[in-house]
Design a protein around this ligand. Sequence first.
Ligand code: NAX
Length: 348
Amino acid sequence: DAADSHPLVTHDKTIEKESPMSRTVRVAVTGAAGQIGYALLPRLASGEVFGHDTRVSLSLLEITPALPALEGVVMELQDCAFPLLDDIRVTDNAEEAFDGINWGLLVGSKPRGKGMERGDLIRENGPIFVGQGAALAKAASDVRVLVVGNPANTNSLIAMKHGVKGGIPRERFHAMTRLDQNRAAAQLALKAGVGVTDVTNMTIWGNHSATQYPDAENAKINGRPCTDVIGHVAWLQGEFIELIQQRGAAVIAARGLSSAASAANAALDHVRSVEGATADGDWFSAAIPGDGSYGIDEDLIFSYPVRSDGKGELSIVQGLELSEFSRGKIVSSEKELQEERAVVEGMF
Ligand code: NAX
């Protein structure tokens, strides 16, 4: 039975089997009326993520004032007449939104206001993830959670602290660094004059912030060390890293709005990478709870090189060589995450 072989839905009571060939994955998206939501939802409903034999049921969470705008998005989703789209639930109640979900894509949060420090943003948005973590603990069990809303790593840590109280394994809480991975791979491909799929083993270490470390030393281009192919160490250690760290700001400066299409695309890549088995020898980047690997503080949601077994279980790639330069970068991102955690510790 195809439904029984799906890694995420086997034991979930909410899965409705309509025919031996069809199963339903229930996905919640928060901040669904925002700009990432707008880019994300049609693609989720199209079947490109869970496959063309999987029905998708959407559960959309917004704050009350944004519900009218969300109604418009729902109209458009209906007007796409997606063959695989089942029901669409719309609510401003997190527990209702998360009832029986298999994936929670937590996109909604408040944007950083003018002159706002990172610490202020953390304090502002933390309570959202306290409430949503608690709602997940009550309403969902066989769930995987991807936090996109910034500061994503620390928001995910908060949600995890509350989610585990309801029995959700800590490993199920992720934060998105896939956009950073994609940005880094694309820039390396441009520099080397190759296709983007020729770049593999692209790691983002640490925080989804300006301290993140895009690791060219362990990346490969057509199976060869990226450092050999590109050669230009000063560029790899300088301009390249800065380009990736500052890419979000560059998009805002150019567009007047933050990355949305690429962020939505990355969220879908993340889900796909978790669901499918990782190709031999490769890995992807995701911020996940630590396990002491590379001596990094376990009690953080930290971006690592990660592999999926195709059954939804992730593991951190072991044994990568880290130069002094790399270690320094990783430690500074770890420090930043520890400082962020200190700001929100009272919310756990
Ligand atoms: P928008 O401001 O367009 O949309 C956010 C939506 O969230 C709004 O509709 C708002 O009403 C809703 N919202 C606020 N509080 C909520 C709550 N408590 N429950 C449910 N919904 C709530 O922002 P958008 O451009 O879509 O970006 C969303 C988040 O993604 C932001 O925090 C942004 O910083 C973050 N990003 C993260 C990225 C990453 O790589 N991890 C990259 C892109 C993006 O910057």
